[in-house]
Design a protein around this ligand. Sequence first.
Ligand code: CAA
Length: 380
Amino acid sequence: MNFNLTEEQQMIQQAARDFAQAELLEGVIERDNEQKFPYEAVKKMGEMGFLGMMVDPKYGGAGLDSVSYVLAMEEIAKVDASAAVIMSVNNSLVCAGLEKFCTEEQKMKYLKPLASGEVIGAFALSEPEAGSDATSQSTTAEDKGDYYLLNGTKNWITNGGNATYYIVIAQTHPEKKHKGINAFIVEKGWEGFVVGKKEEKLGIRGSDTHSLMFTDVKVPKENRIGEDGFGFNFAMAVLNGGRIGIASQALGIASGAYELSLKYAKERKSFGTEIINHQAIAFKLADMHVNIMAARMLIYKAAAEKDEGKDISESGAMAKLYASQVAMDTTIEAVQIHGGYGYVKEYHVERMMRDAKITQIYEGTSEIQKIVISRAISKK
Ligand code: CAA
């Protein structure tokens, strides 16, 4: 067992840390206030290779390992959780699935621009009545011979407005239930595809979340991913891998809030001393530190297992479940430590508290992680 990062991993971590300070910190409060997408920063993230980190360079990626990816995700999320989710969806839910399951033609056409950050992608699984219960897809993809006819609505789609390519999950053979589901690559601008309203959100307000409407959209057969009926297994495989990204987003939110709280506690005085000298504050910081380290270890373990080619459905769900709880607990305590300052925007921690909540909801709620984990342990 080796707990040391390689030189390359440390370099990626430092590069992401520098990037977040230089390109994301300024304007993060304004973007949150105004629900503004970080266009310039996302463009630069693409140039730096952060949008296709694990993809083979021949498809436009950076060819790095999953440990490097979670390190970079944490650093970006520490400063701007919205930028982190844009990055996570493009890397984990879009590029990883395309690289693993698509044909060479599909990869050259779609993965290359996505992994190089020329364009960004979105993953459209959730529906008004199918969030956690992902097998109950009502979006349909009727087989018409040369093409599929896509009809339905998707909800809460991250990158929904700014994506160019969308992975859309739809039901083709309802009688076969989840074995009749397919996944498709759909392009923005195709007739009948409308990007719906942008959601007004509690947190991660710099990322854009939209509903998507499909009315008789013709999807060429060559845009189906994998064999007929592979769509649900595709979605599950992608989500299994993706959970380490969201876990690191949660970790970044927690460690960002912790670092700000530690600094504040060393500076702020009350009752004649810096507040870190009061056990009421020092114990909160000690708890934060331990919990963050424990979350980090779960994430690194899952990422390292992914790099070894192991099935990370259980370890990824554990990392996501725990890290998202730590993000929530840590940010609530960060606001408490900051007192009145914690409740105003200038000090960042109130935003982090709002941002933390989503990590317990997307890519499967905490309850879904427990389903995945309990099923895995019941088979042992
Ligand atoms: N890994 C791999 N395969 C899995 C799996 C997993 N974790 N869980 C289920 N499967 C497979 C099963 O093996 C089965 O396949 P076969 O029939 O081929 O054997 C198939 O999926 C159906 O399994 P179940 O009957 O167990 O399905 P279920 O309906 O009971 O539950 C679930 C499955 C785990 C609850 C699943 O529906 C799920 O993960 N739901 C959460 C969906 C989700 O994460 N939504 C979030 C959307 S994306 C998002 O949030 C992106 C963003 O914006 C950041």
